[in-house]
Write a protein that binds this ligand. Sequence first.
Ligand SMILES: Nc1ncnc2c1ncn2[C@@H]1O[C@H](COP(=O)(O)OP(=O)(O)OP(=O)(O)O)[C@@H](O)[C@H]1O
Length: 264
Amino acid sequence: MLEIHQASKLFNPGTPDEKIALVGVNLKLQPGDFVTVIGSNGAGKSTLMNLISGVLKPDIGEVRIDGNDISHLPEFQRSRWIGRVFQDPMAGTAPTMTIEENLAMAYARGKRRGFQFGVSSRKRKLFQEELSRLGIGLENRLRAKVGLLSGGERQALSLLMATFTRPQILLLDEHTAALDPARAELITQLTERIVREMKLTTLMVTHNMEQAIRLGNRLIMMDKGRIILDVNEERKATLTIEELLSEFEQISGHKLADDRVVLG
Ligand SMILES: Nc1ncnc2c1ncn2[C@@H]1O[C@H](COP(=O)(O)OP(=O)(O)OP(=O)(O)O)[C@@H](O)[C@H]1O
């Protein structure tokens, strides 16, 4: 499955703006792992996601999927294995295209050349079935422009699009953070269900400590470019937010400085 081996990333090296983003990070995910990722501001969480998805390349180190080194493959070539949902509901979908056109695009991802982008009636039926599983009525709005959907609806669609082709890895980048609490909870529930039903290997960055503990089977904590704590399922089952924060403080030597932290 996913393996990150000794990955380091420095921005603006040798300049006054030099920033250490990742330092010798090692991470190995087992198939079906659902790992939540927390950390202080600038800890390297987004950089880690960007390294996996191919937005960034490590200075040194490797990213492997199923044993293959993909560190130097561009983002578009990794998209057949990797699905990603961003914080911004605008980021994952094309607003001027309809729901079915967006789904056709997601469906075509990773398919062989010559695949038709068009929406046949067979595909439309498939899209309707998939959309109805979200339970928010989008199956009746296939020809609506995505730009007209609410933030929550767009995130639900982004989630469906990111998981349509059963990616090897699903990256969730604070994907509920921009939503109001009710919509965030809906997307969280959909996420849990999709990840469980499809047995997706998932990495989810969150600022919500309660969510970080409740979701998934493993939790990692980052600080200053390093993974400083890796909590397994057994420990996570009884972990409290207070214990998590105090553990952070003990290991890092400072309080969790996360200006967007939500305690739950
Ligand atoms: N494109 C970039 N150019 C320069 N520095 C960058 C860039 N991207 C990230 N950094 C720096 O690298 C470090 C890690 O940033 P990163 O965004 O990965 O952290 P993060 O854990 O996602 O933080 P946050 O929770 O605040 O979003 C920070 O010091 C950040 O300022």
